[in-house]
Design a binder for this molecule. Structure first.
Ligand SMILES: Nc1ncnc2c1ncn2[C@@H]1O[C@H](COP(=O)(O)OP(=O)(O)O)[C@@H](O)[C@H]1O
Ligand SMILES: [Mg+2]
Length: 296
C-alpha cells in the first residue's frame, strides 16, 4: 500500500514509529507536513499540492495533527476524504474529540461519566457558574484546546478562579470550568484503542507538586490493569467519537471512572515504552484491513 502520514516532522517519535512499522510490513510510506500542503479546487476537482507537486491519491492517510494547527490540518484531512482517500481518522471525529467542550457534550449526552463541567462566554456569569460546581476548591480551569496540560490551571479559591476565568474570557480564549477530582491524586489512566479493541493501558502519575499527569509535564508511567467497566466506557467513548485509533484518558474518582478526554492523535512514545506493545504495528495492520482502494 501507499501510505501517507500527515505530520509536522518525520523525526517525531510517533511518526517515526509508524513509518518503521509500515516499512516492516512492506508498505511504501511518505511523511508530508500538512501545514506545507496547498489545497486546490480547480474546475471542481480537488487536489493536494506539496513542494510544488500534486500528491494524487494514496491508499491511506494517517493524520497526526497537533492541536496548534487543528484547523488547517483538519482541512487537509477533509480534502483527502473528499477525494475518497481512506483516512484512519476522519475530519469530523478529529474535530469532535479535539474540542473538549464538544467531546464532553457528546459523552454526557450518551450517559458516559464525565467530571461536572460548566461553560460560559460571559465574564459576569463566571462567579455564579463556579458556584454551580459546589464549594470545594480548587477547581480546574481549562482551555478548550489545551494539550500536554498546557492550558489546564487550578483555581485555588473562588476569587482566584473567578479572576483567571474572567481574564481568559476577556482575551477571547474559550474555557471550561470543571470540578477538581482530588481523589485521583494526580494520576490518570490512558487507554489505547485500535479498531474497537483495547491494546494497551498505562497509569500516569504527576510529578511532585504537580496535578497534571501529562508525560510532557514530567509525569511517570507504568502498566496498569483496567476494570471491565473502564474498558467498556473507553470503547464506547471512542466509538461515539468515531475514532478507530484513540487514547482515552480516565480519572479514577469516588463515583467511579470519569472520562477526561479522548485523544485523536495520541502520542506513541510513552505508551509503547511503558507497555512494550507495538502500537504502531497495530495501527498499520488496522489500516491494511480498512483502507479502500483509492478512487482517482
Ligand atoms: N477535573 C480534573 N480533576 C483532576 N485532575 C485533572 C482534571 N482535569 C485535568 N486534570 C489533570 O490534568 C491533566 C491534563 O488535563 P486534560 O484535560 O487531559 O488536558 P490536556 O489535553 O492538556 O492534556 C490530566 O491528565 C489530569 O492529570
Ligand atoms: Mg490530556
Amino acid at each position: 500500500m501507499r501510505i501517507l502520514i500527515l505530520s509536522r516532522s518525520p523525526i517525531l517519535y510517533s511518526t517515526h514509529s509508524l513509518v518503521m512499522a509500515a516499512r516492516r510490513r512492506g508498505h511504501s510510506v511518505r511523511v508530508v507536513d500538512h501545514m506545507a500542503c496547498d489545497l486546490t479546487i480547480l474546475d471542481g476537482k480537488l487536489g493536494v499540492r506539496y513542494q510544488g507537486e500534486f500528491l494524487g491519491c494514496p491508499d491511506a492517510v494517517i493524520p497526526r495533527i497537533g492541536s496548534s494547527v487543528t484547523s488547517y490540518g483538519a482541512a487537509v484531512v477533509r480534502h483527502f476524504e473528499m477525494m475518497k482517500v481512506y483516512t484512519v481518522v476522519t475530519t469530523d471525529a478529529l474535530l469532535r474529540a479535539r474540542d473538549k467542550r464538544t467531546a464532553l457534550q457528546y459523552l454526557a449526552a450518551h450517559q458516559l461519566p464525565v467530571p461536572d463541567s460548566v461553560f460560559t462566554a460571559m465574564p459576569d456569569n463566571v462567579e455564579s457558574m463556579l458556584r454551580m460546581l459546589g464549594d470545594n476548591y480548587p477547581v480546574v480551569i481549562k482551555m478548550l484546546n489545551s494539550t500536554q496540560g498546557q492550558g489546564v490551571i487550578l483555581g485555588e479559591s473562588l476569587s482566584a478562579a473567578q479572576s483567571i476565568a474572567e481574564a481568559f474570557i476577556r482575551l477571547r480564549e474559550e474555557i471550561l470550568l470543571q470540578k477538581f477530582i482530588v481523589e485521583s491524586k494526580g494520576k490518570d489512566v490512558r487507554v489505547f484503542i485500535v479498531g474497537g479493541k483495547v491494546i494497551a493501558t498505562m497509569e500516569r502519575s504527576a510529578r511532585d507538586g504537580e496535578f497534571r499527569s501529562n508525560l510532557h509535564r514530567g509525569a511517570s508511567s507504568k502498566k496498569v490493569r483496567i476494570t471491565p467497566d473502564e474498558e467498556e466506557i473507553s470503547l464506547r467513548a471512542a466509538r461515539l467519537m468515531g475514532l478507530d485509533v484513540a487514547g482515552v484518558d480516565i480519572l479514577r474518582s469516588d463515583r467511579g471512572p470519569l472520562i477526561l478526554e479522548i485523544n485523536a492523535s495520541p502520542g506513541l512514545e510513552g505508551i509503547e515504552g511503558t507497555t512494550n506493545v507495538d502500537i504502531s504495528g497495530h495501527i498499520i495492520k488496522f489500516v491494511e484491513t480498512h483502507a479502500r482502494p483509492a478512487v482517482v
